[in-house]
Design a protein around this ligand. Sequence first.
Ligand SMILES: *[C@@H]1O[C@H](CO)[C@@H](O)[C@H](O)[C@H]1NC(C)=O
Ligand SMILES: *[C@@H]1O[C@H](CO)[C@@H](O)[C@H](O)[C@H]1NC(C)=O
Ligand SMILES: *[C@@H]1O[C@H](CO)[C@@H](O)[C@H](O)[C@H]1NC(C)=O
Ligand SMILES: *[C@@H]1O[C@H](CO)[C@@H](O)[C@H](O)[C@H]1NC(C)=O
Ligand SMILES: *[C@@H]1O[C@H](CO)[C@@H](O)[C@H](O)[C@H]1NC(C)=O
Ligand SMILES: *[C@@H]1O[C@H](CO)[C@@H](O)[C@H](O)[C@H]1NC(C)=O
Length: 384
Amino acid sequence: MQMVGSLQNYDMTRVLPFKAYFFELLVFLLITSMPAFDFGHHIPLKINMFYVPSPSEVGDSVLLRCDYELGNEALYALKFYKNMIEFFRYAPEDHPSIMIFLTPGVNVDLSKSGNSSVYLRNLTLESSGNYTCEVSSGPPYFSFKQITKQLKVEDSRHHIPLEIKMLHIPSPAVVGDSILLRCDYDLGDETLYNVKFYKDLEEFYIYYTKRIPSMLVFPQPGVNVDLSKSGNSSVYLRNLTLESAGSYTCEVTSDAPSFFFDIITKQLEVVVPPSEGPVLTEENSDYKIGENVSIRCHSGKSKPAPDLKWYINDQPVISHLHNKETIVHPDQLESSSLALSFRLMSDEIQNGKVTVKCVATVKHISAETSIEITASGFKLSAFH
Ligand SMILES: *[C@@H]1O[C@H](CO)[C@@H](O)[C@H](O)[C@H]1NC(C)=O
Ligand SMILES: *[C@@H]1O[C@H](CO)[C@@H](O)[C@H](O)[C@H]1NC(C)=O
Ligand SMILES: *[C@@H]1O[C@H](CO)[C@@H](O)[C@H](O)[C@H]1NC(C)=O
Ligand SMILES: *[C@@H]1O[C@H](CO)[C@@H](O)[C@H](O)[C@H]1NC(C)=O
Ligand SMILES: *[C@@H]1O[C@H](CO)[C@@H](O)[C@H](O)[C@H]1NC(C)=O
Ligand SMILES: *[C@@H]1O[C@H](CO)[C@@H](O)[C@H](O)[C@H]1NC(C)=O
């Protein structure tokens, strides 16, 4: 009865070649005709691990090792498959005991392969695939265990990846200007899937290589895209406003299968230059040598507020500056003012006069106003 129990453990549903099935039938008849036979305690065959070094590089040689335990079963065959196609068989009772079936991308080195492993030489991209280790036992159990692992073979040495070289943004730009944002990229070995532009992380433009329409725009305040001047690496923005300022991102993605992407971000500053030059106001109307000269410089409105600098006879003034002020106007524009006070000394007088100048600068744009002061009493002429 114990014998029958053992046979019931055996899974009759597995698919076997006719020869094997016939062989089993034979064994079945054999053991059922020997009522005194005792198998003892059964320790089944098992595979602990299948080691597949993945990812590997083109040109590498790798050992695929199948770590199995036979228990108290007897090895019938160890087989290796690639994508379900057998390429290696070790069957100790067969002659020859090792068989190799030629498969593209699989170069077995027999001298380093054995009863638990195969050594593959010189991997190619074709070597990638699902590898299966299968261990089966002979009579009386005819067990059968499999494990599958994926081997990825990469060619990173020769692959040139997609890369963004530069995002050109003409910053600072002036309100009302139109500008081109240009994203310079190198696709390397890849092909383009799409190019996206974001402002403050919100997408406003996409260029697709393989779709119609190829360009899509998502409106945002201050971002007025001119499609006729935009393309696969640039986007043209019309009529900048203060709202156009912010961080702009270009994202380039390569096509299937890799879908690599690169990303780059730059700031756009938008300025409103002062509408007029600074205005100078003086406290007193009359100066003599030894008296304190006191003049205030008021900038025109701009965004951001201008930096003010004073010059005496074209020499920048570092001390004698007072009461720096910034005013924010209801229209968001700003203006600054700064007072200059100094004692009128004879050594500052050149050709009978002293020239003082106030320069207002917003980023790269500046405006200035000068006054000439004569030593004999007071004579003033302002020019911008
Ligand atoms: C595999 O081979 C090694 C040495 O070649 C041997 O020690 C070991 O018993 C063998 N294992 C099986 C399951 O045949
Ligand atoms: C490895 O495979 C490549 C491509 O099949 C072949 O050109 C090269 O000669 C092979 N190298 C060796 C050492 O077998
Ligand atoms: C390998 O197996 C994975 C996961 O099971 C599957 O997605 C993939 O298509 C298989 N590859 C091949 C070549 O059979
Ligand atoms: C981008 O467009 C230009 C001009 O239309 C074309 O020459 C170039 O090949 C395109 N580049 C890509 C990556 O599609
Ligand atoms: C530019 O934008 C400003 C503010 O939104 C608007 O008043 C003006 O009409 C626009 N000019 C053009 C040419 O679109
Ligand atoms: C001129 O200014 C200096 C400090 O800047 C002050 O010490 C001096 O008293 C002032 N002179 C007059 C006449 O106001």
